[in-house]
Design a protein. Structure first.
Length: 165
C-alpha cells in the first residue's frame, strides 16, 4: 500500500511538473485587412501632380501649366462627401465647392458631383496614390505672365492627382 501511495505521489508530482512547464501557445498578431478603395481615397487629401495636353492633330503630349493649379486640392470623406479647392469644379462664386462622390461598379473610377452645381469630374483610381482623368475636346486659354490671353489650345487634357504625403 505504501508503494501505491508513493507511486501516486510521484505520478501527481510528475503531472504537475509537466503542466507547470507547458508553455501557452502565444497568439500571433492578426494581419490587418488590406485598405479598401474608400480607405485609399479618404486617407489623405490629393493635389495636382501634372497636366498634359495632346493638341488636336498631334500624337504627343506636352506639359502645360494651368495658372493656380499648384494649389488645387481634393479632399474625400468616408461619408461620400468632399471639398475641392481650385480645380475645374470651382467657380468664381464658389472657389471651394463641396461635392458628393461614388465609385463605379468595380471601384476603379470615382464620380464627383458638385452639390451646388458646376462641373463634375470622373477620375480613375489607378492605385492607392494616383488619380487620373482624361478630358476630350477641351479648349484652354493661353495667357502671358500678365494674365492676358495670347491664344488658345484645343485637344485632350490629361490630368493627374497624387495623394499628399
Amino acid at each position: 500500500m505504501k508503494i501505491n501511495k508513493n507511486l501516486t505521489l510521484v505520478l501527481v508530482a510528475g503531472m504537475l511538473a509537466i503542466t507547470a512547464c507547458k508553455k501557452d501557445n502565444p497568439t500571433l498578431p492578426s494581419t490587418p485587412p488590406p485598405p479598401t478603395r474608400t480607405d485609399q481615397l479618404t486617407a489623405k487629401s490629393w493635389k495636382v501632380k501634372q497636366h498634359r495636353m495632346i493638341e488636336n492633330g498631334q500624337n504627343d503630349t506636352a506639359n502645360i501649366n494651368i495658372v493656380g493649379s499648384v494649389n488645387w486640392r481634393l479632399t474625400f470623406a468616408a461619408n461620400r462627401t468632399g471639398t475641392a479647392t481650385g480645380t475645374f469644379m470651382a467657380t468664381q462664386a464658389n472657389p471651394n465647392p463641396a461635392f458628393s462622390w461614388s465609385f463605379n461598379s468595380d471601384s476603379t473610377s470615382v464620380n464627383i458631383a458638385p452639390t451646388a452645381g458646376g462641373n463634375g469630374l470622373d477620375l480613375q483610381l489607378t492605385d492607392s496614390t494616383s488619380l487620373h482623368r482624361v478630358v476630350q475636346n477641351i479648349t484652354l486659354a493661353i495667357v502671358n505672365s500678365q494674365g492676358q490671353q495670347t491664344g488658345q489650345i484645343s485637344g485632350t487634357l490629361i490630368e493627374s492627382f497624387e495623394r499628399i504625403p
